[in-house]
Write a protein that binds this ligand. Structure first.
Ligand code: S3P
Length: 163
């Protein structure tokens, strides 16, 4: 079985994923990295030259293929757990944990410069996107409130639930 991390940009999915991977001695996968490798472009350039539609197409393809993965920690992009198809596939791939961070944490921790959907957006727009995604994230198997917790503490909580 795999551990899958979902949630909004800046919730710390990648950092926590690496921590779990270290503590539980499991391999680590980041779907954004797989998308970059497959398309030969960094995320910003995929959005810039091909648009979000193409990004979502590659993301969906990668998520489909994850079903064949075993014993990994998988960190996903903030929009990966939004479509019905991706939700079904990710849930069939492993135990899905939603890292629920407050809007304040997201704004403090997120680095919009390398996040095409957030760059140049003000708080109201980011909050709107955040709220619209919440019902999807809530479909995860487990939800963890992560404000003011260290990656180590969150990783430990997840390992305790998973093992
Ligand atoms: C996205 C979040 C990003 C990345 C892409 C789209 C989103 O991942 O997948 O820029 O739709 O929220 P992070 O959650 O790691 O920032």
């Amino acid at each position: 079985m795999n551990i899958i991390l979902v949630g909004f940009s800046g919730a710390g999915k990648t950092t926590v994923g690496r921590e779990i991977s270290k503590l539980a001695n499991m391999g680590f996968i980041d779907t954004d990295t797989l998308i970059e490798r497959r398309s030969g472009l960094i995320i910003q350039d995929i959005f810039k030259y091909y648009g979000q539609r193409y990004f979502r197409y590659v993301e969906k393809e990668i998520i489909n293929e994850l079903r064949f993965t075993k014993n990994k920690v998988i960190s996903t992009g903030g929009g990966a757990f939004i479509s019905k198809n991706n939700i079904e596939n990710l849930k069939a791939t492993g135990v899905v944990f939603f890292l629920n961070a407050s809007m304040d944490t997201i704004l403090r921790e997120g680095t919009p410069a390398n996040r095409p959907l957030l760059v140049n957006e003000d708080r109201i727009m980011i909050e709107k996107l955040y709220n619209s995604r919440m019902p999807f994230y809530k479909k995860a198997d487990y939800e963890l409130y992560i404000d003011n917790k260290t990656p180590y503490t969150i990783a430990k909580e997840i390992i305790n639930i998973f093992c």
